[in-house]
Design a binder for this molecule. Structure first.
Ligand code: GLA
Length: 725
């Protein structure tokens, strides 16, 4: 197994193909991190615990605990015991005191993966990975802690979570229960975050790490447009293919905290977990709390190796049905918004079908009396004015055209103006004496209530059973506020958002089990809940409401840093673009949308003849490369964030085929041809660019580069296929 314990040294060692992670036990009692980096083949590491330095452990220097506690690289630091850096766990006893100091109490090493109970996690069988459970117990309070690690044998990934059990006799409250902490003994380093806002989600931001706290987090009840549950610490020299990277990614979709702290000794501590601001959890004797999972990657080959490791992990061990072929779809939202009826939709569908589009997605506005974003959420009955013959009739008409029907729902919501709200006003999340804040004129349903969870499942199931619906876009258009549940006990109100997230996972997983052929696409006003948790339920997520090709370069660069392209919903939209008013060439829009699950979001009947004629070719091209895009290795080559070029390469695992995408945002007058060095190719092979009728040596493509001959004008794109001869 790739996990071992050296009893003599007191060192646990977890190995992945290129990394090792070592844990020691100070005084045999306290697990601390000794090493995380390139793979080593020794456990002779007791010396590296630094316990021979002063201040020594409380065992050898009985008068001094705090100085030791405040510098020790704890595996899972607890609050109020003398470690004043960011901690992971605060246990408040019945007496109201924060009091918990766990000590090592045993371990197990088992083959395979231990999944976090009731929560998503990356899977893995006995042949893929091994797991370590480090058991700890506080002799004073009886509280127990288990740290759970899985090390993958074929990927440089270690996952972590924690279980806290009340082994005492009285109830306690968890004020904070993060999932993992990581110590990096580096002074000069940089922090990479992915953040943004609505319509400019997931942008990469890199800053030097100074003293104190830096990080990211969301208290919105969703992972959010603004912040992403991901952090990476980069060595000063780290680039795409060089330098060290430590990354943490949270498999969770609710509020989160991700922090790095540079302490008084210039050590870095990274922590990640559920945001404590909107969380507390009561544990009665015998009860256990399971934290969500953190995925950790250490790469000594820059960001690129981290990216490919995460892509492979999520494709093989997280995303359901990742490998299914995705139909080319047309989404009605930007085509007609709320203004449609059956004939309008079928009219678009007729043209779309003739052009080769396979799936027609009817977006918002088909139910209740929904002619604008106010009203009807919760009343999932087709609007008789718009769809007098119902969903089944629409699906049959589409079937005649050779198209499938997809549908939009926003099941977690209720409009104040809806029959559902009139019948169950208390189902909305709210505090006792105040109406909840409206956002997009809607409230959030309290999924922490079992009857509401059951209703939401049943509402979606009923719609899906009412017609031949092969695709569901599951939207979620507002954050959670006024956190209060009509049924939770006063001392359990802090559990609302986590219970909500767990119920959401249950509903979606139950649904995809009941409808195994359904293609579920998650959405949250675009990329507002794009996270590994949601990806454990649906193989794709709508990347952003911003479908402008130029804006999408940055969004898709951020997303593809951590997610495979097949997870990113990307569409060709109308111009001038509805969000930014920019006009980009139709062909560039289609090339940019290939970095994801390709589709159209416009009224094809309104396109020029010339544009319409391009669509069959664009679809055929996507179909041709769909497998490569879904399964290939991703290499980021240039970024529009930092220069006038965005480029990436997808390389087939056996390096026999590669697809290059390059976009030059602005034309440059009086410029000469540039060469873009490629990566990931076989240097000894010759690659043929059939479209150009030229062959290139792999070595030259990687060292000199591929010649970029952009067309005239701004926002020009190149798509080139290279096939090994
Ligand atoms: C959100 C989604 C859009 C669309 C609208 C409909 O903004 O991100 O794609 O579905 O809701 O109201």
């Amino acid at each position: 197994m790739n996990i071992q314990f050296d009893e003599k040294q007191g060192i646990f060692k977890l190995d992945t193909p290129n990394t090792s992670y070592c844990i020691g036990l100070a005084e045999g009692r306290w697990p601390g991190q000794v090493y995380y980096g390139p793979r080593i083949d020794t456990t002779e590491l007791a010396w590296a615990m630094g316990l021979d330095q002063r201040p020594n452990t409380p065992g050898t220097l009985p008068g001094e605990a705090v100085s030791f506690f405040d510098r020790y690289p704890w595996e899972y630091p607890v609050c109020n015991m003398g470690d004043f850096r960011s901690c992971c766990l605060a246990v408040r006893t019945e007496a109201g005191e924060v009091d918990f100091l766990p000590e090592f109490a045993g371990y197990s090493i088992v083959p395979g993966k231990i999944l976090p109970e009731g929560l998503p996690g990356t899977g893995g069988g006995q042949e893929d990975c091994a797991s370590l459970i480090l058991r700890q117990r506080d002799p004073q309070t009886g509280m127990e802690l288990e740290l759970i690690y899985t090390a993958y044998g074929h990927l440089d990934v270690i996952t972590r979570s924690a279980r806290i059990r009340n082994g005492g006799n009285s109830p306690v409250r968890l004020d904070k229960a993060l999932s993992a902490s990581l110590t990096i003994p580096w002074k000069d380093s940089r922090l990479l975050r992915i953040n943004g806002s609505w319509a400019r989600e997931q942008c990469i931001d890199i800053q030097p790490i100074g003293r104190g706290f830096q990080g990211t987090g969301s208290a919105r009840g969703i992972s959010s447009h603004q912040d992403h549950p991901f952090l990476a610490v980069l060595s000063p020299d780290a680039t795409q293919d060089h330098g060290r990277v430590y990354a943490m990614h949270f498999v969770y979709s609710g509020s989160f905290l991700a922090q790095v702290e540079r302490d008084q000794f210039d050590q870095l501590r990274m922590v990640m977990g559920i945001h404590p601001e909107t969380f507390c959890w009561k544990l009665t004797p015998g009860e256990t709390f399971q934290t969500p999972e953190v995925v950790m990657v250490c790469s000594d080959r820059g960001l690129g190796h981290m990216t490919r490791t995460l892509h492979d992990l999520y494709r093989t061990h997280l995303i359901p049905n990742h490998n299914r072929k995705r139909p080319v779809l047309l989404n009605s939202w930007e085509a007609v918004y709320f203004d449609f009826n059956e004939e309008v939709l079928l009219n678009i569908a007729r043209s779309a079908a003739a052009l080769g589009i396979e799936l027609f997605v009817m977006d918002d506005g088909w139910f209740g009396k929904r002619d604008c974003p106010s009203g009807s959420l919760g009343d999932w009955i087709p609007d008789p004015k718009k769809l007098p013959r119902g969903l089944d009739h629409l699906s049959r008409e589409l079937e005649k055209l050779g198209m499938e029907l997809g549908i939009w729902m926003e099941p977690e919501m209720v409009s104040p103006d809806s029959d559902l709200y009139r019948a169950h006003p208390d189902w909305a999340i709210q505090t006792r004496n105040r109406l909840p804040m409206r956002c997009r004129d809607q409230y959030v349903l309290d999924l922490s209530r079992p009857e509401v969870e059951a209703y939401v499942y049943q509402a979606v199931e009923t719609v899906l059973r009412s017609a031949r619906i092969t695709y569901l876009k599951w939207d979620m258009n507002r954050p959670l506020t006024n956190l209060g549940s009509a049924v939770l006990e006063p001392d359990r109100q802090g559990e609302l958002t986590h219970r909500y997230v767990m119920a959401l996972y249950r509903i979606q997983k139950r649904l995809t089990r009941a409808f195994p052929d359904l293609l579920l696409e998650n959405c949250c006003s675009g990329g507002g809940r794009f996270d590994p948790g949601m990806l454990s339920c649906s193989p794709q997520i709508w990347g952003s409401d911003d479908s402008d090709a130029y804006e999408r370069l940055k969004i898709q660069e951020g997303l593809s840093l951590v997610y495979p392209l097949s997870a990113i919903g990307a569409h060709v939209a109308d111009c001038p673009n509805h969000v930014v008013g920019r006009t980009t060439p139709f062909e560039t829009r289609a090339i940019v949308a290939m970095a994801g699950t390709f589709g159209y979001e416009l009224d094809v009947t309104k396109l020029s003849r010339e544009e319409q004629e391009q669509i069959p070719g664009q679809i055929a091209r996507y179909q041709k490369y769909q497998d490569l895009i879904r399964q290939g290795d991703y290499y980021r080559l240039a970024s529009a964030r930092t220069g006038n070029l965005d480029a990436y390469l997808v390389v087939k695992k056996d390096r026999s085929q590669a697809l290059l995408t390059a976009v030059r945002p602005m034309n440059v007058p009086n410029s000469r041809r540039t060469y873009l060095p490629l990566a990931g190719l076989d240097p000894s092979a010759v690659y043929r660019d059939a479209a150009k009728g030229v062959s290139y040596s792999g070595q030259v493509l990687m060292h000199l580069g591929y010649p970029l001959d952009f067309g005239w004008g701004d926002h020009q794109a190149i798509l080139a296929e290279l096939v090994r001869e």
